[in-house]
Design a protein around this ligand. Structure first.
Ligand SMILES: Cc1cc2nc3c(=O)[nH]c(=O)nc-3n(C[C@H](O)[C@H](O)[C@H](O)COP(=O)(O)OP(=O)(O)OC[C@H]3O[C@@H](n4cnc5c(N)ncnc54)[C@H](O)[C@@H]3O)c2cc1C
Length: 365
């Protein structure tokens, strides 16, 4: 297994370096905002997407530790991985757990080939931290469902081929009941995407309006009404990866190679950051091993996300201060990182919500 991990790490590193050598420009947070279908296809051609999936669907049947090695290498250089990230990280595993054979056969090989791009349609104006409050409705009609509602903060929806959607199909006694998951073609009539500009003025988020969108029955993912139980499984994959630690890592590499002279106090801060990074990598390894062991490490993933996103922001602020102390203008990477950092502790679960989740699980343990 160690050999397989080393082999895929070396393959990812070599592709990442080739990408840099041929003009690629690493950015902070580029796993989420940078979308380059050609780069994703080159990873696909080397078998680096769908690493953990069964061979019968074109996967490599490797463990999450191997996937961790690949994702670390891509994050290390700030490569643009948004075209395949969501499909590889959580839609594929969700299809493997809950999809029909037909859905698996349609989507898994296409994700592995870098041919489909998924956006996540979870959040709504009144349902973010309280995700179970979604009001988007999927009403049963002959042959499928008619969907109406509004999703917000949908990253990369303007470049996606498909939308994962959490919607309400039934009314239950509790808001967590009656939710269902769907896979929707972005070019379906009635899907309207409008940009929401972020702090940097970039178009990364969207509002997605769904007006009477007809979704065939075979695009229901899993069991009708079990959407909450299913989506919770997705969140462990969404929170437990190294992208919650390494979004600003390219700054550290750049700082170390820029030869800035650091004061003793700054050297102490840098030492502390590097020690935190080592501890976070250890935690990420633990989450990957737990997933490989068939566990659902919800609490560990939440803890990694909470501590990791604090690290990402602290690192960006440290590098900003280090440049300021020398009077040298910071590189564009620093601006990228600072402007995207307010979102780190919110997306994928706000800090307070994760801490409550950890505390609740701790109390139950
Ligand atoms: C960069 C980025 C990318 C995103 N991409 C996507 C995407 O692709 N798809 C998608 O569906 N969504 C996406 N989101 C949305 C994200 O999931 C939500 O912003 C997040 O869940 C918080 O929801 P909210 O914005 O509605 O804030 P709210 O839920 O209104 O929370 C606001 C604040 O209130 C506090 N708070 C809320 N509830 C509690 C509580 N129970 N206990 C204590 N404090 C609480 C927290 O401080 C929280 O930050 C993205 C967000 C960001 C920042």
């Amino acid at each position: 297994m160690i050999d397989e991990v080393a082999e895929v790490r070396a393959a990812a590193r070599s592709l990442a370096e080739e990408w840099l050598a041929t003009g690629g420009r690493g950015r902070a947070d580029n796993w989420a905002r940078g979308l380059d279908p050609a780069f994703s296809k080159s990873l696909a051609a080397h078998g680096l997407i769908g690493l953990t999936w069964p061979r019968e669907y074109g996967g490599r049947g490797l463990g999450n530790v191997a996937r961790l090695a690949v994702t670390e290498e891509l994050l290390r250089v700030g490569a643009p991985t948004g075209a395949h990230w969501v499909g590889d990280r959580q839609i594929g595993p969700s299809l493997i757990r809950h999809g029909t054979e037909r859905q698996r056969a349609e989507f898994l090989p296409a994700i592995i080939a870098g041919e489909v791009v998924f956006a996540l349609g979870m959040s709504e104006p009144g349902a973010g931290s309280d995700l179970a409050a979604v009001t988007t409705r999927a009403t049963p009609v002959a042959g499928g469902f008619r969907v109406s509602g509004r999703k917000v903060w949908t990253s990369n929806a303007h470049r996606a081929t498909h939308l994962y959607l959490l919607a309400r199909t039934d009314t239950g006694e509790r808001k967590h009941e009656g939710l269902s998951e769907f896979l929707i073609d972005m070019d379906s009539p009635g899907v309207q995407v409008s940009p929401i500009r972020d702090l940097a003025g970039e178009h990364h988020f969207n509002e997605v309006l769904l007006e009477g969108v007809v979704v065939p029955e075979d695009r229901l993912l899993g069991v009708r009404g079990r959407g909450w139980q299913q989506v919770v499984g997705q969140l462990a994959f969404e929170r437990g990866g190294p992208e919650r630690v390494l979004s600003t890592y390219p700054l550290l590499a750049e700082l170390l190679s820029a030869g800035l002279s650091l004061s003793p106090a700054e050297q102490d801060r840098l030492g502390e950051l590097i020690a935190r990074l080592a501890a976070l990598r250890h935690l990420a390894g633990g989450v990957a091993k737990a997933l490989d062991g068939g566990e659902a490490p919800t609490r560990e993933a939440a803890g990694l996300k909470h501590l990791g996103t604090a690290f990402e922001t602290d690192l960006a602020e440290f590098v900003r201060d280090a440049y300021a102390a020398t009077g040298r203008a910071p590189s564009p990477l620093v601006w990228d990182a600072l402007l995207s950092s307010p979102g780190f502790g919110i997306r994928g679960g706000a800090a307070e919500v994760l801490l409550s989740l950890i505390a609740r699980q701790e109390a139950r343990a």
